[in-house]
Design a protein around this ligand. Sequence first.
Ligand code: ATP
Ligand code: MG
Ligand code: MG
Length: 553
Amino acid sequence: ESTERTDFVRERVQHDLSTDRFGGRVQTRFPPEPNGYLHIGHAKAIHLDFELAREFGGTCVLRFDDTNPDTEDTSFVEGIIADLNWLGYEPDDVVYASDYFEQLYEWAELLVHDGKAYVDDQDLETIRAQRGGYGKPGIESPCRDRSVEENLDLLRRMRAGEFDDGAMVLRAKIDMQHENMQLRDPVMYRIRRGHHHRTGDSWVIYPTYDWAHGQSDAIEGTTHSLCTLEFDSHRPLYDWFLEQLPLPSDRPYQTEFARLELTHTITSKRKLAQLVADGVVDGWDDPRLPTVRALRRRGYPAESIREFCTYIGVARTNSRHQIELLESFVRTRLNRTAQRRMAVLRPLRLSITNWPTGDDGEPVVEHFDIVNNPENADDGTRSVAFTGELWIEQDDFMVDPPKKFFRLSPGREVRLRGAFLVTCTGFETDDDGNVTRVLAEYDPETKGGSAPDGRKVKSTMHWVSAPHALSATVALYERLFSAEVPGGESGDPFDDLDRSSREVLSECKVEAALGDTTPGEVVQFERLGYFALDPRDPMWFHRTVGLRDEWAN
Ligand code: ATP
Ligand code: MG
Ligand code: MG
């Protein structure tokens, strides 16, 4: 996968290197909050942060932005590391914003000391209302003129736990009339008693995103702080905080790029968490979700996710990519790597009435060598057993077919893939008229699937020998959100949920070689698509993608 193409982020880095802005250093960071698992949008940010560092001989750090005790958890920390590694990236360091709590606090005292921060004990609603809005003046808090001594005393007592949650906040003293709302005396600390996954109960005040982020970048020696467009308006605040502190002059700076959005899906951690909590999906790795662990379980190769990220690149305007584009990267890669197998999802019995019996009085078992992957000769062939009792797909047979149906029907001859030509001679039904068994005769002269007299058949069907078949469960998936833009009409993405987006077929019959599939491996079921073996359940397959490329270029 080549990342030769350039973009505005890479041009900036190039420029900084040519002007020696950071002494030739490039350091990026990926800063997830450990309050959920990674999704495809994070994969885009990860790809940018890590590939950029790699291309310029720099480093990339994984920093957990763990400044909110209520929603964060160690299990998310571990899960994020695992997902990141699976995507193919190894951070140069793993660090935590919570490691900087003491340093951040010292700096906060410094700002108070310099008259650049104050304690506000109004309630949050009042503070919010006083902020004003665009074209609407802000109102200065009556607390703005507290003395340095009083502010210091209050801040220390806030830290010591003398006040209730929400009783007061520390705010930066910037400009209540600033046209950028972010600079209207933003909150730096709030009081919150919650057990933090790393610092336990040692803190009752927690820094806000804005107070923690740039300072964490600076502590780590980040050079290029890349984030999504919605932080655009935070950039002046990012710079303001850094300018107030005793830091070297080669301070990090922020660059924003467009979020990744995909059709038929959502990339909001909060909403994904709600789908999990509401039981709409089975968990964070339900194959219908756009989380990294779900895509992995569904059989998406990590390489194809990286190739997709390279292809879409980074830009400064938000856009929504078609999910079919991502799928076409998945399909292209799987086409090269997946072993071909035969599996019957909705089985119907096919009996070959002229199948021979051996000297032992038992039906003969024939073996065919079938190519594992036409895209890769090195994958060789496998031996597949054939008998007179087979499973075929229910929808490969019709009693009374329309004109364009070329599969099996009374009197029609078809090819059983890699085996013989067979002609349907009849069928059996139950009391309700449902077909329970199809009867056919095979032509012994057509071994391997072609007729010596050169006659052609219009259809080749997959099959599984009934006495050799293994039972399996297969899950088929539709889009979890039926609308291209979930919530595009009503505003609530959950209105567009397709609650029947999973179909579980539990009576599938598959060829014996599928018993050797390794957990997580993706195979192609001939004519049906690509299927991933579940990592935990040995006979459960998830459909990764269908065979046909649906991406409209
Ligand atoms: P969400 O809104 O899904 O909860 P977040 O931004 O709050 O996402 P973080 O864990 O803070 O989640 O994200 C870590 C990094 O990933 C941030 O730098 C963020 O900008 C980036 N990121 C998150 N979502 C996307 C996305 N859809 N596309 C690109 N980058 C993203
Ligand atoms: Mg965030
Ligand atoms: Mg967010």
